[in-house]
Design a protein around this ligand. Sequence first.
Ligand SMILES: Cc1cc2nc3c(=O)[nH]c(=O)nc-3n(C[C@H](O)[C@H](O)[C@H](O)COP(=O)(O)OP(=O)(O)OC[C@H]3O[C@@H](n4cnc5c(N)ncnc54)[C@H](O)[C@@H]3O)c2cc1C
Length: 319
Amino acid sequence: MTIHVLGAGVAGLTTAVRLVDAGERVVVHERGADLSASASWLAGGMLAPYCEASVADDGIIAPGLDGIAFWAGITKVERCGTLVVASGRDTADLRQFAARTTAHRWLDAAGLAALEPDLAGRFDRALFFEDEAHLDPRRTLRALMARIQAAGGAIRFDDPVEPADFAGERIVDCRGLSAALPRLRSVRGEMAIVRCRDVALRRPVRLLHPRWPIYVVPRQDDVFMIGATMVESAAEGPVTLRSAVELLTAAFALHPAFAEAEVLEIGSGRRPALPDNLPRVERTPQGIVFSGLYRHGFLLSPAFSKTAADMLMSAKEPT
Ligand SMILES: Cc1cc2nc3c(=O)[nH]c(=O)nc-3n(C[C@H](O)[C@H](O)[C@H](O)COP(=O)(O)OP(=O)(O)OC[C@H]3O[C@@H](n4cnc5c(N)ncnc54)[C@H](O)[C@@H]3O)c2cc1C
């Protein structure tokens, strides 16, 4: 019997991969015309369990580390850690960040320059989270789709669906913010993608700042993703002028050569979040609902998709 996965964001596609890998027949239904309809398309792709434990429960660390291993079997994962920096007047923020996190070491200016030569002379101190990683979300979503199709699964675009459309069939509801989970809310995230040939970075760099903490994630071909705002809002519209200014100013604060970057894209997505900002996998009469990934879609979907697929496959088929 076919399993229907609703939504082709990172939650739906990782769950579909788990299911086809277990030999199930799967159809993914996506309302968008292609993969770009999801919040996942706009993500930074940071796999940063230790840094993220500063804003979430410590319980995300173990599944987050397992997630890095999962992704390495799907796509190219850069395992070169995360740097966290702050300008001289914000060093108290850096100390506080260190106090709220684990698995890091302090670098002085020379240590920072050794890791990222283009940041030489720009910051006196940095925190280095050596065991963290990052990936390119768009390349990763395409790789997930290819894997599902290669295993005989199907992905149907332009196909908006509701659980009620599948009476008597098994479903996994991964529709992000539209998933049937009470108390889901939207946390809007705005981001920019730029090309800058004058700065080279190997790893994500987080810049702590009292008003606009941002990060810059390197991608291939001199491209960088600059993210991301955190706005408690369900608004879907374009990026506001204020957010665009904050994102681009912060990149400039990280390195002035970003002033000459070409802005390739500015976009906004809506992160599905629950009151405790942790994901949920729950049984429903028709199968499973899986959402609430908040700012940890790539970090936590490997672990939670396994739970979702296992729960579905161990349940009795609906009659
Ligand atoms: C700017 C930004 C930066 C981020 N950076 C990171 C990061 O660095 N690391 C990280 O781990 N996470 C990051 N995240 C968080 C991550 O993107 C989210 O947690 C993740 O996208 C949630 O995945 P999802 O599959 O649940 O939802 P979505 O990605 O939103 O996917 C849901 C899909 O369901 C589809 N859908 C909705 N309704 C229907 C319907 N009725 N029928 C069919 N399809 C439907 C939607 O079109 C969509 O494609 C970031 C998010 C943003 C916005």
